[in-house]
Ligand binder design. Structure first.
Ligand code: CR1
Length: 829
């Protein structure tokens, strides 16, 4: 046996995996082989799905040699790497990205054409893996793209949800959620490894025992599931590097009970299986607010426990000295969802590897760093002690011990200031005893970062001030970024060609080079070409919306776009109030339609299924849209389009076509935003508040190229302190009064005054996000937008300057910042 093993190793060394020839003929051959031998069909009888799969397999084959080589090198070199722990990865379609990364787009296109196939038709076959809700999940996808492009060894760890973010449809203008069965036909991009499954335990109890004279604790779990890894390639941009995204899928330990099955109780026989496999069944359709569900905690523990095991038992060499762990890995906690990894690593080190508590804690504190993505207090996850203790009893003990030690240290520093101790305790007492995950992450993490300058500042000053004082130097900022590969190069091929024409192709991996466009902004011919690109992108969007939703985008309209999750703090309400205000001004005869700057407001937004007010607002937007779009008094100069099911694929079409980017959250609420960056990079001008990364965008592009409105964060605070009475703003502004009255009158609900009453009364008497307070300033700024848009040449100049000055927002830069300030990983190996 050992002889044949030696022969096999030999064979491997002799025949390393090689990529197929990078020629059109080579590609055709490989494609047809995949079609015949992997799909089992002939070209003549193949379906579009078959062809898409065969194409995907072919692209994969080209990347495979690089991937295996990178995995080999990583095992050999054992350099410090990054494990990104994230409950969400909002990947978007893979085919185009992987074609681009491997430099195969032209070859593939030609090869397919020679088989009578249009590459674009096959692109449309792919169902995007929507394994995330919004910005947080998309950020994770941008980050792993950048790490691969920078050549930094990285494994992304997460969950392979069987159902991703729900598919949104509208019925009578109201959101209806459909399951997203993205795996219905399977995914050609994943590599399952059931043989490498990890066993993950839950429940049970803890006990102490005598370990050769030492009293130790251990966990006696009650039940377990298998975590099966599915590997995905994460190719760098044309650099021959391929990292790995490893997503875990839950599988029952014993598929079903044959004895019970044979006795005829079929349901009972599969009950345990259903129960276990529910863990990776669906993504929680939440954004910014946690749902205190046991299943969610199960998901969180499931994927981080599997990932830690994977790293310690599989990635590390057998004899690895665990005291050196911080030299080998940093686990980046993407928000609080993976924070249960902290007590899990402690449990493994102390209970399983028999380390002293203090040694284990010293290691743990160097192996984690935490990114906070929110400021909304209700979005800071907490788990009740009851639930946590029931699901993970040993982890709760460990958390208590961490907290005791921490509070002792706090007492030593600040004295017996019981108020402060209570405020800083990882265990909160009200309304029920629970574990504050953000505090646990802050205590354990080597670094804690916010995601934009303003957010990081508010995090330190308002959310965790005691912690900032206690841990000097722990807090830092890393402003978010977006990958220029997907969001400029792929999403906006025409702009990319124009930029490459002016600057050469280096900008795709060195986005600051866009600066060189500044001089081109002064060239009338360049501006004309830029305008032509925008017009072409609008035509392309128009074709997509016609095909997808039967919408018509009118020529000559300013495209005014607000796409993001539906949340009151983001204030889609303010945007729709602007539309209603314009509409009302025409139908009441105060403004003649001919004087309106033609505009189409485009919305894209999903609401969490349980978030009633968000769903009401979706309903209102659709209702306003139906009335406004049909009213001939507007002479077609004001339109509202709300394509359902906004996702990454649609974002890639909408953003390049936009003229105006709506970033209008209440100051102090949007941690960063990343859509704002994508729009600016694609040459849209922003109307925005002084919030999140808007602040940095405006600083970079200049006041004259940005439409700022609304209260600043300190002004918001001051208004709260004075006592905010929204009805006073309603009384004081005629336009606002008319707009709200029109909604209340039933004008958008066939005369039914009750339909939108909850929205109107919420605004008048509560208005947590100060829509009414910022309304006047928003409307006034929109008037300036109209005036500016009337001068197309000047507008284009501003738009070009937006592109030129926002290279900072590449996620490559974000990754370099993480490396310099947090990870201290070598940039390459
Ligand atoms: C924030 O709301 C930010 C992304 C990525 C979101 C958004 O402003 O751009 O994170 N937060 O950092 C979030 O989803 C759970 O919290």
């Amino acid at each position: 046996a050992s002889e044949s093993a030696t022969r096999a190793t030999h064979a491997l060394a002799l025949a390393p995996v090689t990529a197929p020839a990078s020629t059109v003929d080579g590609f055709v051959r490989e494609f047809l082989q995949n079609l015949n031998f992997n799909r089992g069909v002939a070209l003549s009888t193949s379906s579009a799905t078959d062809r898409y799969f065969a194409l995907a397999y072919t692209v994969r084959d080209y990347l495979m040699a690089r991937w295996l080589e990178d995995l080999r090198r990583q095992r050999e070199v054992q350099a410090k790497g990054v494990a990104y722990l994230s409950a969400e990865y909002l990947l978007g379609r893979q085919l185009d990205n992987n074609l681009l990364a491997s430099g195969l787009t032209d070859i593939a296109s030609e090869a397919l054409a020679s088989c009578g196939i249009d590459l674009d038709d096959l692109r449309q076959q792919e169902v995007e893996p929507g394994l995330g809700n919004g910005g947080l999940g998309r950020l994770a996808a941008c980050f792993i793209d950048s790490l691969a492009t920078l050549g930094v060894p990285n494994t992304g760890y997460g969950i392979r949800y069987e159902y991703g973010i729900f598919r949104q449809t509208f019925e009578d203008g109201q959101q209806v959620e459909q399951p997203d069965s993205w795996l219905a036909y399977g995914s050609p991009w994943e590599f399952p490894h059931p043989e490498a499954a990890q066993t993950i335990s839950f429940g049970g109890h803890t006990e102490t025992y005598d370990d050769g004279g030492v009293q130790r604790s251990r966990w006696v779990p009650g039940w377990n599931v298998q975590a099966v890894p599915y590997n995905y390639m994460v190719p760098g941009y044309q650099n021959g590097r391929v990292n790995t995204l490893r997503l875990w899928s839950a599988k029952a330990t014993n598929s079903f009970d044959l004895r019970v099955f044979n006795s005829g109780d079929y349901e009972e026989a599969v009950r345990a299986q259903t129960f276990a496999e529910n863990i990776s069944k669906v993504l929680y359709p939440e954004d910014s607010t946690p749902q205190g569900k046991e299943l969610r905690l199960q998901q969180q523990y499931f994927f981080v426990a599997a990932s830690i095991k994977d790293f310690l038992d599989v990635t590390l060499p057998k004899d690895f000295d665990l005291t050196k762990l911080p030299d080998r890995i940093i686990f980046q906690l993407n928000d609080t969802h993976p924070v249960i990894a902290v007590p899990e690593l402690m449990r493994v080190l102390v209970d399983e590897k028999k380390m002293e508590w203090e040694d284990a804690w010293a290691i743990t504190q160097k192996c984690f760093a935490y990114t906070c993505h929110t400021l909304l207090p209700e979005a800071l996850e907490v788990w009740s002690v009851d639930l946590l203790g029931h699901l993970l009893p040993r982890h709760l003990e460990i958390i208590y011990r961490i907290n005791d030690d921490f509070l002792d240290a706090v007492r030593e520093r600040f004295g017996d200031d019981e108020m402060r101790i209570r405020d800083m305790s990882i265990i909160g007492e009200h309304p029920v005893r629970s574990v504050r995950m953000a505090y646990l992450a802050t205590v354990a993490g080597a670094k804690v970062n916010g995601v934009a300058e303003l957010h990081s500042q508010l995090l330190r000053e308002k959310v965790l001030p005691d912690f900032d004082e206690f841990f000097p130097g722990k807090f830092t900022n890393v402003t978010n970024g977006v990958t220029p590969r997907r969001f400029v190069r792929l999403a906006n091929p025409e702009l990319s060609a124009l930029i490459t024409d002016a600057l050469g192709s280096g900008w795709v991996t060195d986005l600051e080079r866009l600066r060189e466009l500044e001089t081109h902004a002064e060239d009338p011919e360049f501006r004309a070409r830029f305008a032509e690109v925008k017009a072409a992108n609008k035509r392309r969007l128009s074709a997509v919306l016609r095909e997808r939703d039967g919408f018509e985008v009118s020529d000559g309209h300013m495209l005014d776009v607000m796409v993001k999750r539906l949340h009151e703090y983001k204030r889609q309400m303010l945007k729709i109030l602007h539309v209603v205000t314009q509409y009302e001004s025409v139908i009441s005869g105060r403004v003649v339609a001919a004087d309106l700057q033609p505009r189409t407001a485009i919305f894209g937004a999903k609401a969490a299924p349980g978030y009633a007010m968000a769903k009401n607002i979706i309903h209102l937007i659709n209702a306003v849209g139906s009335v406004v779009n049909a009213d001939t008094r507007l002479e077609g100069r004001l339109k509202v389009l709300f394509p359902p099911n906004y996702n990454v694929t649609l974002a890639e079409r909408v953003i390049p076509a936009a003229d105006l980017s709506e970033q209008i959250s209440l100051a102090g609420k949007e941690a960063s935003g990343t859509g704002n960056m994508k729009f600016a990079l694609n040459g849209a001008l922003t109307i925005g508040t002084d919030d999140g990364a808007n602040v940095e965008i405006r600083e970079l592009v200049g006041d004259e190229n940005f439409f700022l409105f609304g209260m600043s964060e300190p002004e918001v605070e001051a208004l709260w302190a004075r006592g905010y009475k929204p009805a006073e703003f309603y009384q004081a502004d005629d336009n606002l009064r008319r707009a709200l009255d029109l909604i209340a009158s039933g004008a958008f609900s066939r005369g039914d005054r009750s339909t939108f009453e909850p929205i109107v009364s919420n605004l008048l008497y509560d208005d947590r996000f100060m829509v009414l307070a910022d309304y006047s300033s928003y409307i006034a700024e929109q008037v300036k937008v109209d005036a500016a848009y009337a001068d197309q040449d000047a507008w284009n100049r501003s738009a070009i300057l937006n592109v030129a000055r926002t290279g900072f927002f590449s996620s490559d830069r974000s990754m370099r910042d993480y490396i310099d300030r947090i990870w201290h990983t070598p940039p390459s190996f």
